[in-house]
Design a protein around this ligand. Structure first.
Ligand code: FAD
Length: 345
């Protein structure tokens, strides 16, 4: 492998049912920043059936180029044809960096593609930078420039590891949804669209999809919420979440929770914020009866305003809070709801 032959930042533009996933636009945004540092372009790789129409949206969010792999075999996500599509794109276009979302699809696809093209992959990254590797000079070891430095929590969130892939290309990472920022949309911006089809011949690894059963949820995705009212073990019981729901209703918020609440079976997993839950970035985040463990904070510290309510004034949540109220949530939350109801009436 001649590393110098590999150029450009590529991102997998995940779509489901011909709708781009949020992570696709987040990766285009991050890819644009990395490409700027490397003085190169960001290319979105769009894979599916009848999906060419999505190329404009990718362009408006910053993609310089869109490679479209469009084939009826790619209508629904299946590991084998999608892995073949991405591995073929990489072999043909030789990108320097290839990013995939750490979604259910991306976690299945990323490692398989990296093994197929014989490169490394850092899973579930929360930060990506261009820099020198080794980060600090090591006597007798050449320090390489313009490497992708991939950072992720390790050992249960107790340490943060920064990993590089100096010997193989592309440098591949899966990236946590909700962590990277989309670029502002520029209406009417166009990208260079290239169609590429490596050919898809069904083989015994092409699974047959008999039926697609979609989970029905009447709860908004907490990753889209502007205001989150999040409860922890301190709320005390599933019934007592009612006081959080009443507060959320008055201020147009959505209820979320800590892992302790999910583990206790009080709320479903898709409401969990944190390292093993979702990363959220609302305008306002209420942390109510939540201690502020590092794994929880990892999922909410990017909120614009954090308001913590906890009876323990030494709780670590107060270290990241913009506003803190020390006291019993059973008194404070209903009083706050009543006051806000009156103010907003
Ligand atoms: P606790 O830590 O028990 O805190 C309850 C808080 O409520 C306390 O601070 C207490 O003072 C306060 N309180 C009690 N009663 C009242 C009252 N009446 N009024 C006001 N305050 C009150 N956690 C996550 O949340 N998300 C994750 O994604 C996640 N991932 C993890 C991954 C790994 C690998 C590991 C090891 C752990 C993970 N955790 C995660 C768990 C995390 O370490 C904590 O155990 C968890 O966040 C604690 O939840 P909590 O704050 O609700 O409960």
């Amino acid at each position: 492998m001649n590393i110098q032959d590999y150029k450009g930042v590529f991102v997998f533009a995940q779509q489901v049912d011909n709708v781009l996933s949020g992570i696709a636009l987040e990766l285009v945004g991050k890819g644009k920043d990395l490409a700027k540092d490397l003085n190169t372009e960001v290319t979105a790789v769009l894979v599916g059936s009848d999906i060419k129409g999505l190329a404009d949206e990718l362009a408006e969010y910053g993609a310089d180029k869109v490679i479209v792999v469009d084939d009826p075999e790619l209508k629904e996500y299946r590991t084998e044809p999608y892995a073949h599509a991405l591995a073929s794109v990489i072999n043909e276009f030789k990108p320097e960096i290839f990013l995939v979302g750490a979604t259910a699809i991306g976690r299945d696809l990323g490692p398989r593609v990296s093994a197929r093209i014989h490169t490394g992959l850092t899973a579930d990254c929360t930060q990506l930078d261009i820099g020198d590797f080794p980060i600090n000079p090591v006597p007798g070891k050449e320090q390489l420039h313009n490497q992708l430095l991939m950072t992720r929590p390790a050992f249960g969130g107790n340490t943060i590891a920064t990993i590089a892939c100096p010997d193989f290309r592309p440098q591949m990472a899966t990236v946590r949804p909700g962590v990277m920022q989309k670029a502002p949309r520029e209406a009417g911006k166009k990208a260079n669209v290239v169609e590429f089809n490596p050919g898809f011949t069904p083989n015994d690894k092409y699974v047959e999809i008999l039926k697609v059963v979609k989970a029905v949820s009447d709860v908004a995705d907490i990753m889209d919420a502007k205001i989150l009212v999040s409860g922890g073990r301190g709320v005390g019981s599933p019934e007592n979440f009612k006081i959080l729901e009443e507060l959320a209703e008055v201020i147009g918020g959505t209820v979320s929770c800590s892992r302790a609440v999910v583990d206790a079976g009080w709320k479903p997993k898709d409401l969990q914020v944190g390292q093993t839950g979702k990363t959220v970035r609302p305008n306002v985040y209420f942390a109510i009866g939540i201690s502020g463990a590092i794994q929880h904070v990892a999922g909410m510290e990017e909120a614009d305003i954090i308001i913590a309510i906890n009876k323990d004034e030494t709780a670590p949540i107060f270290d990241v809070a913009d506003y803190g109220i020390v006291g019993d949530l059973n008194k404070i939350v209903p009083a706050l709801t009543e006051r806000l109801k009156a103010e907003l009436a």
